[in-house]
Design a protein around this ligand. Structure first.
Ligand code: 5RP
Length: 220
């Protein structure tokens, strides 16, 4: 039986086949790290990468992959964004941000033409919310946002973490997210919220799911 790490490696390898040239958007987390290793093997084929976090940028550079500023990249050149998820549904709605990089991940994903989500099978769920929903918040708005999230039925817990953007994260427990598009918009409207970890308005386009029987490809 393949371990979870072996499954992550397999799905990263499958994603590298989508990297046929141009600039690649690269996510954050342990699965994305395996993808960076695969990308390093084919770096002569690509023009560079856009990173979704400082950690990813550092890792890419460590592998000799050029890191570009998103502001200098035209959407036509950013064909794919490859990233993991904490949870994903068969509708390709995702819950992300376990690694705290949700805002930059969402920005890079917004520019890329295609979002390729790479996960092991444990991440596929019928309903989002069992994994606490990360919400990036301006530090001075922390208490206000926490009260508002409680009114929405969640139990926010402050993470001991500062984001790459200098903000804090509230992990919201106890939500059963039956309408992710609506919940994403509602939470983003709370004053002081930078963004939340629901990726539903812009879901994944392709899900590469590593199972014990091999990598499954699901498309939207
Ligand atoms: C980081 C993320 C990651 O994609 C998510 O946490 C999954 O991580 P991993 O691949 O380590 O399971 O959203 O902010």
């Amino acid at each position: 039986m393949a371990s979870q790490d072996e499954l992550k490696q397999q799905v990263a390898k499958a994603a590298a086949e989508y990297a046929r040239g141009g600039i690649i958007g690269v996510g954050t987390g342990s699965t994305a790290n395996y993808f960076i290793e695969e990308l390093a093997k084919i770096k002569s084929r690509i023009d560079g990468a856009v990173a979704s976090s400082e950690a990813t940028a550092q890792r890419l550079r460590g592998h000799g992959i050029k890191v570009l500023d998103l502001n200098n990249v035209s959407p036509g050149d950013l064909e794919i964004y490859v990233d993991g998820a904490d949870e994903i549904t068969e509708h390709m709605h995702m819950l992300k941000g376990g690694g705290g990089a949700l805002t930059r991940e969402k920005v890079v994903a917004a520019v890329a033409q295609k979002f390729i989500c790479i996960c092991d099978a444990t991440k596929l769920v019928p309903v989002l919310g069992k994994f606490p929903l990360p919400v990036e918040v301006l530090p001075m708005a922390r208490s206000h946002v926490a009260r508002e999230l409680t009114r929405l039925g969640g139990q926010p817990v402050l993470r001991d973490f500062t984001t790459d953007n200098g903000n804090v994260i509230l992990d919201v427990h106890g939500l059963t997210i039956v309408n992710p598009v609506e919940t994403e918009a509602k939470i983003n409207q709370i004053v002081g919220v930078v963004t939340n970890g629901l990726f539903a308005a812009r879901p994944a386009d392709v899900l590469l799911l590593a199972t014990q029987e091999g990598v499954r490809t699901l498309k939207r």
